[in-house]
Ligand binder design. Structure first.
Ligand SMILES: N[C@@H](CCC(=O)N[C@@H](CS)C(=O)NCC(=O)O)C(=O)O
Length: 313
């Protein structure tokens, strides 16, 4: 198997989700640290515009969004599965809720003023300002940010519901972890790292115990890799057809071979432009060529992403 190269940063919750999935599947991976805010001069040559974290690179294939990356890792290393029967459908639906509703409640709670003060305690004031401005720019469009007070009530209810699910089993949907566990874990992991806000978890000790079990999974085996080397790997590689599910499904009236843009539906609306080479039931693939990275295939899940014909097409 070609090397798995994860572009991520330590404090990124969605990166923690994937680091644990890599650990669960006992995979070896290369670790490229990327900045948490724009500019991301060594990420955009690979993604063509998508700037969210994390991104998984395998040669000249760039996989965006942890939902798609989880499917790719499942394909490469089917056991242990992230989608155990009979809860396969349920696990994806619960994961989607956790990656959106639970995530935003936990982030609003975590980054309330006393949480943000702790997170940025050692950073110069300009860093806090730059972070705030970057995230405000990402939050334009159809996005409503919860106020910490509203997030508090929601988060406490969500924790109680998760705790109820853990009453009679060690993981959310059964005896073994599934994708829902990884998705529900990462934003609570972020909150638990912040002394000033982590007390919210004390109300539901069963959730804390489940988080300890999740943390024990670990991150697999990783080795530091430089961004320049990752770009060189892309340049030296040819895109593969790893995802087998590539029968054309046309929901947009856009034929393969068209010049298109893809962007997230919300939070970080930066577009990636390229030629549409796959539009399957589950994902889109764009081919694009970059001076530094050469010809790459950038892959996105269908759910949560907007496909359009490029303006100049
Ligand atoms: N749906 C995306 C969400 C990714 C996401 O929002 N990541 C956060 C960090 S945990 C992010 O991109 N923040 C801005 C950045 O890193 O530039 C996924 O599953 O990968």
């Amino acid at each position: 198997m070609a090397d798995l190269i994860l572009h991520h940063y330590t404090t990124s919750p969605f990166s923690e989700k994937l680091r644990l999935v890599l650990g669960y599947k006992k995979l070896a991976w290369k670790s490229v640290f990327i900045p948490p805010i724009l500019p991301k001069p060594d990420v955009l040559p690979l993604t063509g515009g998508y700037r969210k974290t994390p991104v998984l690179q395998i040669g000249a294939d760039i996989y965006c969004d942890t939902a798609l990356i989880a499917d790719v890792l499942e394909h490469l290393a089917p056991t242990p599965t992230l989608f155990p029967e009979p809860e396969k459908g349920m696990s994806r639906i619960l994961a989607q809720w956790a990656d959106t509703t639970l995530f935003w409640a936990a982030m609003a709670w975590s980054l309330q003023p006393k949480g943000a003060a702790e997170v940025f305690a050692k950073a110069p004031p300009e860093a806090l300002k730059a972070f705030g401005e970057d995230r405000a720019r990402m939050s334009t469009g159809n996005m409503t940010r919860l106020r910490p007070t509203d997030a508090a009530a929601a988060l406490k209810s969500y924790l109680r519901r998760l705790s109820d699910m853990l009453d009679d089993k060690p993981y959310l949907l059964g005896e073994v972890p599934c994708i829902s566990d990884f998705s529900a874990y990462h934003s609570l992991w972020y909150a638990r790292r912040i002394e000033a806000v982590k007390g919210v978890l004390d109300l539901t000790p069963a959730v804390g115990d489940w988080m300890d079990r999740m943390a024990e999974i670990g991150h697999g085996t990783s080795e530091k890799f430089s961004a320049a080397d990752a770009i060189a790997v892309a340049k030296a590689s040819t895109p593969s057809t790893l995802l087998t599910d590539s029968t054309f499904q046309d929901d947009h009236g856009i034929p393969l071979g068209s010049r298109v843009t893809i962007r997230a539906e919300s939070f970080g609306l930066e577009e990636t432009e390229g030629t549409l080479v796959v539009a399957s039931r589950t994902h889109f693939t764009l081919e694009r060529t970059d001076d530094r990275a050469g010809t790459v295939h950038v892959h996105f899940p269908r759910i949560g992403y907007v496909l359009k014909k490029a303006d100049n097409a």
